[in-house]
Design a protein around this ligand. Structure first.
Ligand code: GLN
Length: 606
């Protein structure tokens, strides 16, 4: 078996400059050269995982097939590379220390003093080597390249043991199997408007001081950087000019891998890591060219309102937003997303803050479709229930996810069944009608990893949702503590809220729909996590198409796009190809074949 190749991606100057996207782009580029890629994200915090994080602070908690609650960057990897990662692909300081402390308690260290070097650094290296070899694709192909992204920036105290581990690691796996890419920032202060390379110089010096030399320096900047600056970085940072890659702000993330490839990343990695890539340049990244072009040319807008609770930090709904974008690209329209604070839709806000109240309702009314995403706790729950009622009564397309399903069930019970005291025990444990109740998995004393998590089967009955998925057994990822109370199902169904998706025991409600409505679908699972560039999540696609008034025609054509439907931005030639392709059946594998055959394809999305 050939040696595993590692690309360590570190960050300098400041975080939040798109290191995750750049790291995923390395994978995208190599994958388009036919190389199987996996990835590991290191978060140097002491938490065991992201499960207990507040979305206000960290953005969304991303959920994996195996139920791992991880950093949202793993979502980027899964989406960019169309792979399925495991909980161990996310390393935290907490996980490493937990492992070492458990070994110490077992007596594995034979009475020695247990120290950061070598015990913690060894544990890190072993973990990386073990996880790098785990297959991440359905064909179980062994990965050849592992991208390791180190969270934070070089010099952070928290990251030190990881940096030291990789300093040792480069000798453990040998030079031709390890390289380091350093993502830095080249600011352009308004006063001079000139790009400044000093912060990059300092951070590279710091990296070198810790024993790691950058093989590639990726400079993020607001505007394109000219050749002189590139040469300056090359001179001052002791690398060749071909090792400096400049990435300015771009119209969409889909351009990032293209820009990197255009600056010779494939040739460099091919030589540096001895990858034996023989593919011709023109054939690499064709999918991404089409995708980036398609995204840039979307004109017609669809207005979607997201009624949520963590609307101040957009990352809190990262996967939902991306799933909406995937569906929009497939449907040939541009996403115009408005965040609405659920609390602002509540009657109390009308008294306390009438301006926000009316603005929120105005935004809701102006939208073409509404999404009520997942959430926790009491705040904003009544607002979400209001939004569900309004969508149901005014025939507005709506997709409810997790808490969104629970809100829709409570709304229906209150306003259709007349059970005014209906609620969820999460908000009011003593409510009169407990429509949504605790699941046995719920351990009130322990918040970490105690929900119903990960990929599970749902059995569907004939409905809009079976048509969209084109199958009647689906698998989606879950993250919840509460569920619809089975005691009320018969009454809800008799009045028109149909539960068309259930788990294998038929007691857990997974999908609810209201018939005689353009699109009123709520799901207990989180379909956003499995949405991929080339296969938008079916419930999201349904919402977007219904919001555009195109769902019926899409379904009447057997849930396939006609050339017309995809035509907004495509050339005639591309349309012909699109006519034979169903968006939901496209996968990156298809795309790989298409690329290998050298034929361009359209209709792809991230
Ligand atoms: N708070 C709800 C529950 O625990 C919904 C969770 C969610 O939306 N992810 O069941």
């Amino acid at each position: 078996m050939p040696d595993m190749k590692y690309i360590l991606v570190t960050g300098g100057v400041i975080s939040g400059v798109g290191k995750g996207v750049i790291a995923s782009s390395f994978g995208t580029i190599l994958k388009s050269c036919g190389i199987d890629v996996t990835s590991i994200k290191i978060d140097p915090y002491i938490n065991i995982d992201a499960g207990t994080f507040s979305p206000y602070e960290h953005g969304e908690v991303y959920v994996l097939d195996d139920g791992g609650e991880v950093d949202l960057d793993l979502g980027n990897y899964e989406r960019f590379l169309d792979i399925t990662l495991h909980r161990d692909n996310n390393i935290t300081t907490g996980k490493i220390y937990q492992q070492v402390i458990e070994r110490e308690r077992r007596g594995d260290y034979l009475g020695k003093t247990v120290q950061v070097i070598p015990h913690i650094t060894d544990a890190i290296q072993e973990w990386v080597q073990r996880v790098a070899h785990i297959p991440v694709t359905p064909d179980e192909a062994p990965p050849r390249v592992c991208i390791v992204e180190l969270g934070g920036t070089i010099g952070d105290i928290e990251g030190m043991s990881f940096v030291e581990a990789f300093r040792q690691f480069q000798f453990r796996v040998k030079r031709e199997n390890f390289c380091c890419a350093h993502v830095s920032l080249v600011p352009m202060p308004k006063s001079t408007g000139e790009p400044k390379t000093k912060p990059t110089q300092s951070s590279v010096r710091e990296l070198r001081g810790l024993g790691l030399s950058p093989d590639l320096i990726l400079c993020r900047s607001e505007k394109p950087i000219n050749h002189t600056v590139k040469e300056k970085i090359s001179n001052f940072c002791h690398v060749g000019p071909e090792q400096v890659i400049c990435i300015h702000d771009l119209s969409s993330v889909y351009h990032v891998p293209l820009l990197m490839e255009a600056q010779g990343v494939v040739q460099y990695l091919n030589e540096r890591l001895q990858l034996n890539i023989s593919m011709q340049r023109g054939k690499i990244m064709r999918k991404w060219h089409n995708l980036a072009r398609r995204v840039d040319h979307l004109r017609k807008e669809v207005n979607i309102a997201l009624v949520g609770k963590y609307t101040k930090l957009e990352d809190s709904y990262a996967s939902v937003t991306k799933a909406l974008q995937h569906a929009c690209i497939a449907a040939g329209c541009k996403l115009n997303l408005t965040y609405i604070e659920a609390v602002n839709l509540e009657r109390q806000t009308k008294i306390d803050d009438p301006v926000s109240y009316h603005k929120a309702w105005q935004n809701l009314c102006k939208s073409d479709g509404v999404i009520v995403p997942g959430g926790f706790g009491q705040r904003g729950m009544e607002g979400k229930i209001e939004a569900c009622q309004w969508c149901r009564e005014t025939q507005k397309p709506m997709l409810g996810i997790c808490l969104g399903l629970q809100a829709s069930v409570i709304e229906f019970a209150r306003n259709v069944l007349g059970l005014k005291g209906a609620n969820t025990t999460e908000v009011d444990p003593k409510c009169e009608d407990k429509l949504v109740i605790d699941m046995p998995e719920h351990h009130p004393g322990n918040l970490g990893g105690t929900m119903r998590l990960g990929k599970r089967k749902t059995y569907l009955e004939p409905s809009v949702i079976t048509q969209l998925y084109k199958k009647d057994v689906i698998e989606e990822r879950h993250r919840h503590r509460y569920e619809v109370n089975p005691e009320y199902i018969a009454r809800l169904e008799a009045s028109g809220l149909r539960f068309v998706g259930k788990d294998e025991t038929k007691t857990r409600m997974e999908v609810a729909v209201v018939d005689n409505h353009p699109y009123y679908v709520t799901v207990q699972f989180h379909p956003e996590y499995l949405s991929r560039p080339l296969s938008p999540s079916p419930p999201f696609l349904g919402l977007i198409l219904a919001s555009l008034g195109k769902l019926k025609s899409y379904m009447s054509k057997g849930c396939r796009f006609s050339p017309r439907n995809q035509s907004d931005v495509s050339s005639d030639e591309e349309e012909e190809e699109a006519s034979s392709i169903s968006v939901s059946s496209l996968s990156l594998e298809d795309e790989k074949t298409v690329i290998e055959n050298g034929t361009p394809v359209n209709g792809v999305s991230k």
